[in-house]
Ligand binder design. Structure first.
Ligand SMILES: [Ca+2]
Ligand SMILES: [Ca+2]
Ligand SMILES: [Ca+2]
Length: 177
């Protein structure tokens, strides 16, 4: 059984390489999702995070501070200024609250990819994201917040039990019961 996953990871090396954009040897949460769900709606979620960074991450450190997040891009400049200003004042306050209460879960004043993913996550993929995070927490032996191939391979049982990785197996299990 464990050989199956190893073989499938090896076979999927190309998929791994495509998912591990930042560091070819390690997958962060977002990349791990892309690896385990290459086909699903997670691509759209990950794209939304990228878009958020593109829009708001002014210093390009791939984290959003409260200021970055609440500073709405000045796109409405040509519109009715008075109404626009009122809206953006209220909007910016709302966004600060949103940031503090809903996004920055670990209260370090910054929103990273994981926090943004959890935030925009529309009901449906929540389990996958939580499970991915759970798997990373359990398997991340050197505590760098990412999974490398060795870490995945050494915890293969976990991944095999996970419906995430082996959908075919869980499909068959359900049929057997
Ligand atoms: Ca930033
Ligand atoms: Ca944070
Ligand atoms: Ca690690």
């Amino acid at each position: 059984m464990s050989r199956t996953l190893k073989e499938s990871i090896m076979r999927d090396r190309a998929r791994w390489a495509e998912a591990a954009r930042n560091d070819p040897d390690r997958l962060g949460l977002d990349e791990f999702l892309a690896f385990t769900h290459p086909e699903s709606s997670h691509r759209a979620l990950l794209q939304m995070v990228e878009d958020l960074f593109e829009k708001f991450d002014r210093d390009g450190d791939e984290q959003l501070t409260e200021d970055e997040f609440s500073d709405l891009p000045s796109e409405g400049v040509g519109l009715d200024l008075r109404e626009d200003r009122q809206q953006s004042i209220g909007g910016s306050e709302d966004r600060r609250k949103e940031f503090r209460h809903l996004i920055d879960k670990n209260k370090n004043g910054k929103a990273d990819r994981t926090e943004l993913l959890m935030y925009i996550d529309p009901r449906n993929p929540r389990h996958a994201i939580q499970e991915a995070q759970h798997l990373i927490t359990l398997s991340d032996m050197n505590l760098d917040g990412k999974l490398d191939l060795l870490e995945i391979l050494s915890k293969m049982d976990l991944f095999l039990d996970s419906k995430m990785v082996d959908t075919e197996k869980s499909f068959h299990d359900e049929f057997r019961r």
